[in-house]
Design a protein. Structure first.
Lengths: 425, 426
């Protein structure tokens, strides 16, 4: 298992995960706010502007040169949604000097740079640099547009759009194309100040380091006002009685079949463990029903899998199929889901799936990122679910639990991206 | 059993070559939960023209057969090997590259059983006409998936343009047409030729006891009989230095254009320390010119010619080497011109910047060692070409500005450039 030391420093929650597994140390900052249409585009832009330049390193070249000097420390930004939360992640990874024959304390340098980026970005007048903001607006637009070009991601996004129409979960984490142009450097800066005051902010440090080693350095560099706790974002409930079917035609060679289900079970529910086992038997792995029946037996697809969104209460099935095999693939998927609901799975499948889930959880904590994501689930759910408890929970799941959680799963939307008619195969 | 110490990195590597010729490497990582093992044959998509075992003449086999074989090894008379692994709490997988086919598992329990399964399933092929036919549908969809993927099309479009004859230009999975010619007999013929233990390497890393694991491997291998090893004769393609095609434009259903400039390396060493140095030098030089801290990156970014997807990459394996520079861009023609100009005008070198890039590369290498997957896969790749992954730091440290200039003279030549673009369909 892994240890985690947590300390609240003003408005910041510091998590330190000591481990000797790695040759580098990892710093991850998470900023969380409710996902909403009004803010999403500005929030998507802020971290990209921040990672351009700081007061001390006032250009991209200056900042990146400094990172290279720190033995190629990496700096990355990404955006995610977990349930109806919008999460900004800023990641830095830096070599542990003990493997370098260099004695300068690299982690402290990294902390300084991290706090500079967050609190002392490069500014002009009373806003961010206009040139940087314009440049990042252009890059953001390109990023939003490029979603269309990756058909698997596109189909996934389109399914969410249809399934959660009108509610926050339909939003793309990068925001809305039509909202980018109206953002200016000053307004963006105000929004950034607002985020520093109101976002829930967690800083993770993973590496050969203890809380006591870094607590002081962090406190010195990160001063954030205490803020009232955010209430948990409860997912919007969809009330749809009929299954909606959406077919979209484009110039593609492979059809992307994506199905969205309401699981009516989320991370904090007692049934959550059973849901994971259900998903594992159904489509989570290479031994699962979807893989066996859609791919191995019917030879219809290269990939056919399911996965759950823990905080939204949603399950998705995806398969890449020949456009002419739509009905056949749907028929098999429905039959497998129906079979699951009727308890048509063996005890062996239960045991096998539990073993694989257990393995997956233990493997997750072999990476710094995995440990952080696992811990962060608890931040989102405002719940404590240590890994040990999670493993025990999976072990205790019974056949009855699996059948019960399966009865709550309802098909909501079928989305199919397929070829335009009249095209030759 | 031989022990190789890497003090600075605080790693110990155990090695033995078994009687049947199999190379076994074990890297204990006691802090980790999982054990990761790869069983790799030096056989990939480029090995499409060779003398089959027991034959006297060279033979050309259908494109995509190495990858097809990889898929088919998982299927046995009594079912699918994925099932066995998952019952033992492991996750298994495989991949085929230009020069290698690797089978792997990772698990946090039942490591011995899983290792046994890995060794046995790879060494006990079971191909039938019926299962071969069935696989064509699955791989057909894998190929279709890549057909719709603009990044993959750009990548292979660029490589295809660089080479006249070398089979690196052929998509690893082949085409729907080429795989239609694959039969069970052809699969057995490739298997017999390339899956002999003497052409393979086993790498195991995780919280394991090296002597116990090695003993288990020895016992497993001693139970099986293998023919004596033979030298594998592969066709050597004569490849001109200049690219086959200077420009290639692919129209696709996309909104954002993409552009790569490909640089074909000449004078590629086929093995050993020279090869490692060559690879490190070109990698460093491309990063020097186009990395995020370079003047060029900043300028291209400010001009709106590139975004976050901009990348540089250098691949050198077996007897081929190529660099790729580019990414998403709203102005693919302008970007192609700029990249080529930067390459051709490269001349003066800033020593301080070179030292910084060396630091960067060394730190990046350390980071990559955090991943057991990386270590196992890359160690194998290097070992097949008689190099050691653990020599990378030393090699990087030894590089000089003159080394950079020398590879620039050799590679930054207009005839060795190609431009490939993906653009929205009109």
């Amino acid at each position: 298992m892994f240890q985690e030391e947590v300390k609240t420093i003003g408005g910041l929650r510091l998590h330190v995960i000591p481990t000797k597994k790695y040759k580098t140390n990892t710093l991850v900052l998470k900023m969380k706010a409710p996902l909403c249409e009004r803010d999403v585009t500005m929030r998507a832009l802020v971290p990209y502007v921040l990672q351009n330049a700081t007061e001390r390193h006032p250009s991209m070249k200056a900042l990146r040169t400094y990172l290279d000097e720190l033995y190629g420390a990496t700096l990355q930004v990404d955006l995610a949604k977990k349930g109806e939360n919008h999460i900004i992640t800023i990641r830095m990874d830096i070599a542990n000097e003990k493997f370098l024959g260099d004695t300068s304390p690299l982690l402290r340098e990294a902390l300084t740079l991290f706090s500079d980026m967050l609190f002392r970005p490069f500014t002009e007048g009373d806003g961010f640099s206009v040139a940087i903001v314009e440049q990042e607006k252009r890059a953001l637009k390109q990023k939003i547009q490029s979603l269309f070009d990756d058909k698997m991601r596109y189909a996934q996004h389109r399914l969410m759009e249809e399934m959660y129409k009108g509610s926050p979960y339909a939003l793309d984490v990068h925001g809305k194309l039509e909202d980018v142009d109206s953002i200016d450097a000053k307004r963006l800066y105000e929004h950034y100040e607002h985020m520093l005051k109101h976002d829930e902010i967690d800083l993770y440090i993973v590496g050969d380091v203890m809380l006591a080693d870094v607590e002081h350095d962090v406190a010195e560099r990160f001063s954030l006002e205490v803020r009232p706790p955010r209430s948990i974002a409860t997912p919007t409930i969809i009330r749809r009685t009929d299954v909606q079917e959406v077919v979209e035609k484009q110039d593609v060679k492979q059809g992307k079949l994506h199905l969205g289900y309401r699981t009516n079970t989320t991370y904090n529910d007692p049934d959550y463990d059973a849901l994971q086992v259900w998903n594992g038997i159904f489509g989570g792995f290479a031994h699962s029903k979807l893989f066996i029946n859609v791919r191995e037996k019917a030879s219809l697809a290269y990939y056919a899998a399911s996965r759950i969104e823990s905080h939204q209460g949603m399950m998705m099935v995806m398969a890449g199929i020949d456009p002419s095999k739509y009905e056949r693939a749907l028929e098999i998927i429905h039959a497998q889901a129906e079979g699951m609901r009727n308890g048509q799975f063996s005890d062996e499948e239960i045991v096998q799936t539990k073993a694989v889930i257990r393995n997956q959880l233990l493997e997750t904590i072999d990476t710094a990122r995995g440990m952080i994501e696992m811990s962060y689930h608890n931040v989102i759910a405002t719940n404590q679910r240590p890994l040990q408890q999670w493993l025990e929970g999976i072990e205790k799941v019974t056949r009855e639990d699996i059948v019960r959680v399966g009865k709550k799963i309802e098909l909501d939307t079928i989305y199919f991206l397929t070829e335009k008619e009249g095209e030759k195969k | 059993m031989k022990i190789i110490h890497h003090d600075q990195l605080q790693e110990q590597l155990f090695y033995e070559r078994l009687n049947n010729g199999l190379h076994v490497y074990i890297l204990p990582k006691k802090e980790f939960n999982k054990t990761y093992a790869t069983f790799t044959t030096k056989y990939g998509s480029v090995d499409n023209y060779f003398t089959p075992y027991g034959k006297t003449t060279m033979k050309k086999v259908p494109d995509g057969i190495a990858h097809f074989l990889e898929h088919k090894l998982f299927e046995k008379e009594d079912g699918d090997v994925f099932q066995t692994f998952s019952k033992q709490g492991a996750s298994a997988n495989a991949f085929t590259s230009f020069t290698r086919t690797a089978y792997l598992f990772s698990s946090t329990t039942n490591v011995e059983k899983n290792l046994e399964t890995l060794l046995d399933f790879v060494q006990e092929p079971y191909f039938t006409e019926q299962t071969v036919e069935k696989e064509k549908g699955i791989i057909g969809q894998e190929i279709r998936m890549y057909d719709d993927n603009p990044d993959w099309r750009l990548y292979f479009g660029t490589i295809e343009s660089m080479y006249h004859h070398h089979p690196v230009k052929i998509d690893i999975a082949g085409t729907v047409e080429s795989i239609s010619h694959i039969t069970k007999d052809l699969l057995y013929e490739c298997y017999e030729t390339f899956y002999h233990p003497s052409n393979m390497l086993l790498f195991v890393t995780g919280p394991i006891d090296p002597s116990a694991i090695l003993e288990q491997i020895r016992t497993n291998q001693a139970k099986k009989t293998f023919r004596p090893p033979t030298e594998i004769e592969r066709f050597r393609y004569e490849e001109p230095t200049h690219v086959a095609r200077e420009r290639h434009v692919i129209e696709m259903n996309v909104q954002t254009p993409k552009c790569f400039v490909g640089v074909k390396a000449n004078n590629v060493y086929t093995k050993g320390k020279d090869k490692l140095k060559h690879e490190c030098t070109i990698g460093l030089l491309l990063d020097y010119l186009f990395g995020k801290s370079s003047l060029h990156y900043e300028r291209l970014y400010q001009q709106g010619l590139i975004d976050e997807t901009f990348m540089v990459d250098y691949t050198e394996e077996s007897d081929f080497g190529f660099g790729l520079v580019g990414g998403d861009t709203s102005q693919p023609d302008q970007l192609a011109i700029e990249i080529q100009r930067i390459l051709l005008e490269f001349d003066d070198i800033d020593d301080e910047q070179v030292e910084r890039m060396k630091r960067k590369k060394i730190g990046t290498f350390l980071r990559s060692l955090n991943s057991l997957e990386y270590v196992a896969n890359q160690f194998t790749r290097y070992a097949f070409d008689h190099m050691s992954l653990f020599d990378v730091v030393e090699t990087l440290q030894s590089l000089t500005s003159d080394d950079l200039k020398a590879v620039a003279r050799e590679c930054f030549v207009r005839e060795q450039f190609t431009v490939c673009q993906v653009v929205p369909k009109r």
